[in-house]
Design a protein around this ligand. Sequence first.
Ligand code: AMP
Ligand code: MG
Length: 350
Amino acid sequence: METKWIHFENLQEKEEILREAAGIIRQGGLVAFPTETVYGLGANALDEKAAKKIYAAKGRPSDNPLIVHISSVKELDELAVEVSHAGKKLAEAYWPGPLTLVFPKKPQVPDGTTGGLDTVAVRMPSDPLARKLIALAGVPIAAPSANRSGRPSPTTAEHVWQDMQGRIEMLLDGGSVGIGLESTIVDVTGQIPVLLRPGAVTMEMLESVVGHVEIDPAIQGPPKEGIRPKAPGMKYRHYAPRGELTLVEGEPGAVAEEINRLVKERQEEGRRVGVITTEETKNRYTGGIIRSIGERVHEETIAHNLFAVLREFDDLKVDYIYSESFSQENLGQAIMNRLVKAAGYHIIRV
Ligand code: AMP
Ligand code: MG
């Protein structure tokens, strides 16, 4: 299959192209498109065969459910049996935006979209291009991140191209995304909302609207044998760079000292090593390929650059990556969640 890469930014016939993309979705094809979180790989969420194509293109296990994207709140009616009070309040507060809510599903949402679950995860993105595409398609769009399974999520069209060239009908290129981390996921099917994946809508923001929110244990630790996690994606190794990533946690001086020591040790073994640091601390490092991912005082810059830096280290074929750690507060929870998973829970405390 030949993939059409559409550079959207300076395009005159935006509407025309979006109509073509919407037609591809309606006919059961695949279109990658930008959202404010990461690039999504879209298909008609109500068409089981189309959903199957997503799994094939990503190389993703098919019991890992997809997030269904809508362009207006009324489209929720055809997906969810019931919207709880907490669900309503969270949707009112943060839709459109980087928040996915899990509801009990209606029968017309196929198992192929929900990975066999009786719930459906729904999000209304704030990106105008994404919303327009969904509205024109006239069907809800199931869209996981547009990466090959196990690779970091794509935050630019180039990332999508690397992973999806020849596997999808069309790539809508809207430039670099805003947030850079996948949406926050909250299960609102029970009495108390449960955070299943941290994102740019932080715990603090959720609790300011609905009071207490529980945190699914799988967010903090490695998945336990035999337990079926609520967000099935949690059981897979995720966001994995090709090099072996280790996080180093502690006081900044000690962290830099330990990373410098490890880099030197690996280099003496003839290995290629990458270092993930920040604007505040980058001058402390003496060796390896050093990449600052942003400013600690502006956490959103770190979220924005994280996946791109992991991909760059893949391209540079580093064997080992050592990274500084981040506070778990606010957006830090989402940043650390992705880093810790990418590291396969390998953390050194100094
Ligand atoms: P991605 O689209 O790649 O950002 O990943 C989608 C993730 O959403 C999945 O891996 C699941 O963890 C989560 N998810 C989707 N649908 C559900 C659902 N019905 N219940 C719980 N989690 C879900
Ligand atoms: Mg993903």
